[in-house]
Design a protein around this ligand. Structure first.
Ligand code: ZN
Length: 112
């Protein structure tokens, strides 16, 4: 992902609107590109400011909010990857069961 694309995705990331592939590409860019990381932090600065105005709270923790969002995005990606493995395993088992059943059927048909 290049800087231009990453900057386009910042709002989507903050609002949790990116799909898993986009989130992964975005996070990997943010990790290696300081300029986009700063841009993301600036956006969180605005988000945090608005949240403070809305809730009358006085803890202004931009870095914490951004770090939490990044951590939870990584967590979401790990969970999604885990489910993909589970689904793949179940699919493989179902496929093997179907093949096994077919072979048994054929045996019944041809070796009566
Ligand atoms: Zn960049």
């Amino acid at each position: 992902m290049d800087c231009y694309t990453a900057e386009q995705k910042i709002t989507g990331f903050i609002q949790n609107e990116l799909d898993d592939a986009e989130t992964e590409a975005f996070l990997s860019h943010i990790r290696s590109c300081e300029s986009c990381r700063n841009e993301l932090e600036t956006n969180y600065f605005i988000v945090e400011g608005l949240r403070m105005l809305d809730t009358d709270s006085d803890d202004f923790d931009v870095k914490g909010t951004m770090d939490r969002a990044i951590r939870s995005a990584y967590q979401r990606l790990r969970t999604a990857r885990g489910w993909k493995i589970v689904l793949y395993s179940v699919n493989t088992l179902v496929f093997l069961s179907v093949i096994g059943t077919l072979l048994l059927e054929l045996r019944i048909l041809f070796y009566r």
